[in-house]
Structure formats: structure tokens, C-alpha cells
Unconditional design. Structure first.
Lengths: 138, 138, 138
């Protein structure tokens, strides 16, 4: 049993979902660990990680629109240092969570047929986002 | 230190919560691992896993009604290939998350007195749902 | 590779967020494990764990007010055995999740510059809350 740690960086184009399933699987491949437990954590409070359907672009658009309805911009926040999208971004990150743990089998994260791992950018502007990856197994 | 992987299937009766605490504990028993880390992941994007009170049926009914209010059906979704409950189901799965990690002690998942592990079915129709289980420990 | 398990208790002052990053880091220090995987679980169904910005008190106030809007008190719940804040507390715990997994490096949980680990109390009254901690590594 051994473990491997890494940090991957992604450039986001502003509010939206970036699928990172392939990058995560590629990193697992470099560790030589075939069976184990993968943990990802997004090192930011206005971006997060989530799993959703990766086949339909409409799902991703509906998901973003829904997040806007659940955590809308508005003048009612005390925290708006970085603009009107600042506090809604923190709320969306809490709702979707920065962390993700997945079993790994055959050198791949265990996902259903339609599941993909997404980095969710909740700020309007493009950002550079860091994700820590940890894999424990053999 | 060693690890064990399994896949359990559950039949759901449509929208609702199915407690799976006993099935999960039973599986842990078969591994012979007494102390460790348990990770569960639901291999679907319209069902999920959550922990909530397992004593009161009213809690589960209120929780389902709340999910319907937060992610209502309606004509405003772009993605409705499989009917009006399709996109709300994806949203509820993102809100509640497909993944769950719990320490294991004495051969049992560490849960509070009133906590139970539930498989949440977010589609109207009955489904067969697969959950991957991973246990690492000794 | 070895593992360590503990239980920490915190007194909350009623609805609010208590940062526990330091207590968690201190416990990691006592285990002598420098690199590994940390898992926390809150053993209650009306309190939870979350990661958010720890620099601004306004973020925490906005977050609490938002949780009140998403899961408001009201006469529409079937479950109100312990008062009007009972069911909303269960809903907020499901929305924010009781569990958290983080890689550990250099004897510290891997967090971004502005990230803190918070115990979220969702009941109005002060409570004593137990958190189980599990660390696997070397």
C-alpha cells in the first residue's frame, strides 16, 4: 500500500463547468496505482468540484442556470469586496462542495457510464484554479 | 493494511429515500476489516447518497418535499429528454452528492445515534441503482 | 502506512459557524502522520461540516442568511418535534454534508490560502457536537 500526491492547475474561462475526468485519469496512470482511493480537493472558496452527466451540454447549462437561481446575485450581501458575483460564488462552492472521493479500479476512477468529474468555476472572470489530488492504494 | 472493493445493487420504488445502513454494515462484516475508511459512490447522475435522521419518517417526507421546492419540475429546462423529472433529478443529485466517506471502527461505519445512510432516488420511476463500496483498513 | 482515529467535541453557541481548522491540525500533529488522507464526520443530523473563506466575517453572516432562505422555518413541515428550527436544521445539514475528506501534507490538511474548516451548527440553541476524525498515512 502506498500513496501519491499531486497538484493540477486548470485555467477556467469564467462561470462554467470544465470536465477534468481525463486529466484525473491520466494522473492516476502516472502513479502506477491500480486499485485504491482517490481524493480531490479544490483549493479555492469560489470554485468547486462536482459529478454530473457528461453527455449533454444542456444538463450543464441547466445546472448553471439553477445555481444562479438558488444563489442569485443581488444587493443583499454584506460581502461584496470583489463584486456582485463574489458572495454567490462562495455559496455555490458550499452547495456543491470542494471535495470528492472515489474508489479507483483498473487504474481508473469508478464512475457510472454517464458520470464525469467537473471543475465548477463560480466567478464571472477567468481564473487559474488548483486542485490537490491524493491516491492511496496498490 | 489492505483494501476491499464491491458493488451493491438496489431496486428503488421511484422518488424516495431507501435506508442502506444495514446492507453497508453487512458488507463491511464480510471484508474482515475492523478499522478503516469506507467510501461509497452512487454510479448515477439522478440518484445520490446522503446521511440524515433515520428515526422519523416525517423527516424523510419533509426532505423530499424540500428537494422538490429547491429543484422543481417545470418547462424552463433545456434538458428534458427523459421527461420533466429528468433535470430536477440531476440537480438534486448535485445538491446531495453521489459520494460519502466514513471512518469505520469496530467493524461498523461511524454514525451518530440518529444517523442513517440513504440512497436517494430522484427519478419518478423505479430504478436499479449501483453503488460502489471501497474499504481500506485492517 | 498506519491509521489513527479520534473523537473531538465542540460546544456551539447556537446557529453559526465555528472554525475548527486549528483543532484539526493540532490533532493531526499528535498522530505523527505527515502525509495521508484525513476524513472528518459530524455525528449529528442537525449540524455539519463545510469549507469556506475564513478571512471575512461577512462571508459567514451571508452564508448563514442564505441557508435560512434556502431552508426557511415555517409551518409547512411535518417534522417539528423539537421546534420550528428542527427540520430546517436537518435540511441545512443535508445541503452542506456531514463529511469531509482532505489530503494531508507536511502534517497539515491541504487547504487553499483562504479556506477554513467549519463546524456548522444549524439549531438555535447551543449544543455539544462530536466529530469523528480518521487519518490514514505515514
Amino acid at each position: 500500500m502506498r500513496q501519491s500526491l499531486a497538484r493540477l492547475e486548470f485555467h477556467t474561462a469564467g462561470r462554467g463547468l470544465t470536465e477534468i475526468t481525463r486529466e484525473v485519469a491520466d494522473w492516476i496512470g502516472t502513479t502506477g496505482i491500480a486499485t485504491g482511493l482517490l481524493t480531490l480537493t479544490c483549493l479555492h472558496t469560489s470554485a468547486s468540484l462536482l459529478i454530473t452527466e457528461n453527455a449533454s451540454g444542456a444538463v450543464r447549462r441547466d445546472l448553471l442556470a439553477w445555481l444562479d437561481r438558488v444563489a442569485p446575485e443581488g444587493g443583499h450581501y454584506a460581502h461584496d469586496d470583489e463584486g456582485p458575483d463574489d458572495m454567490p460564488a462562495h455559496l455555490k462552492a458550499v452547495l456543491t462542495n470542494p471535495n470528492l472521493s472515489l474508489p479507483v479500479a483498473g487504474g481508473r476512477p469508478m464512475l457510472g457510464t454517464w458520470q464525469g468529474i467537473f471543475l465548477a468555476e463560480h466567478r464571472r472572470a477567468p481564473h487559474r484554479r488548483a486542485i490537490a489530488l491524493h491516491l492511496l492504494g496498490e
